[in-house]
Design a protein. Structure first.
Length: 270
């Protein structure tokens, strides 16, 4: 019997998730169908229920439903609890479970695929939205020296930073983009400028010697953030295509019990 999975979003037509999960399934000739489903903005819960009634086994969740997915779950993982958002759903009997694989996917791409160190490094994260909250737990688990969150609205960055200052984590600080100081070894961009427009004005000299720069979004051309980082002398830059595939591989392993090989899938999408 064909195993049914999907991705929920609105909009969702642009999603590459079906390509990724079908490529994973093909590695072991598994009978799997993965669909795009545009859930109504006002009835995400109804869309999830309908999918389950059709025999759905699990789902990915993208914007703007990750927080609603969290609220819908009967049980969530620790990292989903830290994120306050869920991007991976599955059922165990009648119980709906949720996880957030975004941070694990980003860390694996940075550490394993790109070979960049996080441990002992000074990390700057640009932006303070849900995408940042979703990756902070796994990022801090890699033991950087410090993490500074910088955002257009300093208060939002400070609130997010305080939420991760529990005495066990490395120092987490919040700043406004216009008051940002210091030098950093790894800069991660989650500002919604994405593939279009210009980067907000940032101070000169933020990149330490041999600093690297990572953009959570991806495209066929270097993103505005990657261009900025190259102009600032970054030793290397990368976009988030590997993160997209690695967070999907994490979800796939939850659903299917084995970890697919992400390298050929990243290369194929690239």
């Amino acid at each position: 019997m064909t195993a049914l999975y999907c991705v929920f979003g609105n909009p969702v037509a642009h999603s590459r998730s079906p390509d990724i999960h079908h490529a994973f399934a093909a590695q072991r000739d598994e009978d799997l169908r993965y669909e795009k489903r545009e859930a109504p903005l006002q009835d995400f819960a109804g869309a999830v229920k309908a999918f389950r009634n059709e025999g759905g086994l699990g789902a990915n969740v993208t914007v703007p439903f990750k927080e609603q997915a969290f609220d819908l779950c009967d049980a969530v993982t620790e990292r989903a609890g830290l994120a306050g958002a869920v991007n991976t759903l599955w059922w165990d009997g009648e119980q709906l479970h949720g996880d957030n694989t975004d941070g694990a996917g980003m860390v694996k791409d940075i550490r394993d695929n790109l070979g960049w160190d996080i441990q002992g490094k000074r990390v700057l994260v640009l932006g303070a939205g849900g995408a940042v909250r979703g990756v902070m737990g796994p990022l801090l688990a890699e033991a950087p020296t410090l993490v500074r969150i910088a955002n257009r609205t300093e208060e939002k960055a400070a609130i997010l930073a305080r939420g991760f200052m529990d005495g066990k984590n490395p120092p987490v600080l919040g700043s406004g983009l216009d008051t940002l100081t210091g030098q950093f070894d790894l800069v991660i961009n989650a500002i919604s400028a994405g593939l279009q427009g210009d980067m907000p004005a940032l101070p000169e000299g933020l990149l330490a010697a041999d600093a690297v720069a990572y953009d959570m979004v991806y495209g066929s051309e270097p993103t505005p953030f990657m261009v900025w980082a190259q102009q600032q002398g970054a030793a290397a830059t990368a976009d988030g295509l590997g993160m997209l595939v690695e967070q999907a591989a994490e979800a796939f392993e939850i659903w299917r019990g084995w970890r697919p090989d992400s390298a050929p899938v990243i290369a194929g999408l690239r």
